[in-house]
Design a protein around this ligand. Sequence first.
Ligand code: 13P
Length: 217
Amino acid sequence: MSTTSDRAKRQSIIEACRQMNQLGINQGTSGNISLRHADGMLITPTSTPYETMKPGQIVFMKLEDGPPHAKQRPSSEWRFHRDILKARAEVNAVVHAHPPYATILAIMGLAIPPIHYMIACAGGDTIRCAPYATFGTEELSQQAVTALKGRSACLLAHHGMIAVGPSLSKAMWLAVEVETLARQYYGCLQIGKPPLLSKEEIEKVRLRMAGYGPPDE
Ligand code: 13P
């Protein structure tokens, strides 16, 4: 039986999925989203078009368990969603997408360096690129958790991007910022080697930006 907050969370996940595609940071049924809920998470179902997705198709999974033996299968990436939520108590939302520019950099195995002060939004002076591992695997999950250490976003080699946050609106906002940074870095690389901001400057910005962006709730 769904509680109101359970249903509202399911609806917010679907709306965020549709928004990912409308914003151009994802396409088709790629990407997936999870939200912490009670002792588990609500996560998008695998391979399901966002336009027709219904709240009842969002899957609930306990963080200590594997996927439920239900008709509706969770995203193939349930492992990294679960492992990120388990490793990071401050994270309530995980957004995974295949944004064009972030994925171009990820294909080339490039981390995003401090080209712009907004990189501080992701928690540090770089957005790391996790080494390649097959989608849906334990190995990919471990690589993602490692690349996210001290950060709220990372790239996944030959795959895409993950952004996390205390709320879904914050994680979605960050996903768009990461794609913007990726696009800027890609543009800079067409001209040459961009000058970078220092680690100290990014740390100064990070502290000034505390609380910046959409609400944490
Ligand atoms: P799902 O449809 O299983 O969520 O997979 C999409 C995806 O992006 C895998 O990385």
